[in-house]
Design a protein around this ligand. Structure first.
Ligand SMILES: *Cc1c(COP(=O)(O)O)cnc(C)c1O
Length: 428
């Protein structure tokens, strides 16, 4: 599309946007009495208007039924998560039996490594992207140590080439092949939180499988952001959080994917709990864990219904969007529009004040742009904040901005570009 740097153009795109009604499903934070420009959905998605009522309904269930709420009424808690799986499966490209909703993300990463990282003396290494989210790094280090290995030896991190910011798929595949005989697991983000790079998940999975290794993904920044096909890509396992692009509330509930082909695999260890037991016999309280078939067999603890109620409301908004593919179409205009405006500032100023390190190809990114400010980065960021743009700042010099198709407008993006342009005039 031929973008234009005018408010009329942005307004026209908003008028033509067939998803524009979805913004009204969210509560927009306020800045000096007006809607803030919220570009931080990569960190915490906005609150759906329906969330409070959804939680209140379960509070009411609890009030009126007490313990009977587990079994009783239109929404028995025992089966509560089952009603969320259809929409979630659509976002992830997963069958309902392949997903289960539970715990928090890092906890789930640990539980999945218990199953899928079973090193021996020959094959014990984990391959991951360098600069992964710290929680993932800590989880992986501690898993490696738990098995008696040293992180420096057992973790292979892939770095970008000299002078580059993101990884080339060919380099990832080569590293997998070069380390084939020692690898036990390939564990990547779907989208790296810092650079916004969307990795070629099918290619990574295929390369891992070609050397006989499982491939797993942390989809914290991918779920609800880009269309995924976990089942068809033959991904072994994945986990995500629901509070970023899935708008399910601070510390909201996480979930896991386990590919159907592993359902009968009893070589996979697991740390079990009663909630993962065969539903038919769970309340017999008998000795001997008998897992529920499917991903639900990885459940550990009693379902946190209030968190799931927020998740249900948030997924309901996705249900109204006619699907992730339609959202992605809008995203593929919103994010390039921001990129166009930023590049325009560089051109106007005759130098690269801003370097966008997120890949330019649509297939290699989602909503987010990560922007290195060559000078005065913090002051730039503060200028945005003072003028009502909520983005996020990463030391030493990166601003991350994520226009989200569910609730951001082209006018949000236009205004952000204008503010960045003003800041550039003041600070350079
Ligand atoms: C946001 C994020 C986390 C956070 O994990 P929690 O357990 O929910 O605190 C972990 N990993 C990645 C890649 C993330 O983006």
């Amino acid at each position: 599309m031929n973008f234009q740097n005018t408010p009329e153009f942005a307004q026209q795109l908003d008028d033509q946007d067939s998803l524009k009604h979805l913004r009204d499903e969210f509560i927009i934070p306020q800045h000096r009495g007006k809607d803030a420009i919220y570009l931080c959905g990569n960190s915490l998605g906005l609150q759906p208007k329906a969330a409070a009522d959804s939680i209140a309904a379960q509070m009411q269930n609890w009030a009126s039924k007490g313990v009977e709420g587990w079994f009783d009424g239109g929404d028995p808690w025992l089966a509560y998560q089952q009603q969320l799986k259809g929409t979630l499966g659509g976002l992830l490209g997963a069958g309902e039996k392949e997903i289960t909703i539970m715990n928090s993300l890092t906890v789930n990463l640990h539980l999945l490594m218990v199953s899928f990282y079973q090193p021996n003396n020959k094959r014990y290494k984990i391959l991951m992207e360098a600069g992964a989210f710290p929680s993932d790094q800590y989880a992986i280090e501690s898993q490696v140590r738990f098995h008696g290995f040293e992180p420096d030896d057992a973790i292979i991190e892939i770095f970008p080439r000299e002078g580059e910011y993101t990884l080339r798929t060919e380099d990832i595949i080569k590293t997998i092949n070069d380390n084939a005989s020692e690898l036990a697991l390939v564990l990547f983000a779907g989208i790296n939180y810092y650079t916004g790079q969307f990795f070629d998940m099918p290619a990574i999975t295929k390369a891992a499988h070609a050397v006989g290794v499982y491939a797993g993904f942390d989809l914290a920044h991918a779920a609800g952001n880009v269309p995924l096909q976990l089942h068809n890509w033959d991904v072994d396992f994945a986990c995500w959080c629901s509070y970023k692009y899935m708008n399910s509330g601070p510390g909201g509930i996480s979930g896991i994917f386990v590919h159907e082909k592993h359902f009968g695999n009893n070589k996979l260890n697991r740390f079990a709990g009663w909630w993962g037991n065969n539903k038919a016999t769970q309340f017999k309280m008998a000795k001997g864990f008998d897992p529920e078939p499917g991903a639900d067999g990885w459940q550990v603890s009693t379902a946190p219904i209030l968190l799931m109620a927020a998740h249900k409301a948030a997924l309901g908004v996705f249900g109204k969007s006619a699907g992730i593919d339609r959202l992605r179409e809008k995203s593929l205009l919103l994010t390039p529009y921001l990129e166009f405006l930023i590049n325009g500032i560089n051109e106007r100023k005759g130098g690269e004040l801003f370097r966008i390190i997120t890949p330019a190809e649509a297939s290699a990114r989602g909503c987010q742009l990560s922007i290195i400010c060559k000078q005065n980065g913090k002051a730039m960021f503060n200028y945005l904040s003072e003028h009502g743009v909520i983005g996020d700042w990463r030391e030493p010099d990166v601003i991350r901005l994520s226009p989200v198709p569910l609730y951001n407008t082209f006018m949000d993006v236009y205004r952000t570009g204008k503010l960045l342009s003003e800041a550039a005039d003041q600070l350079f």
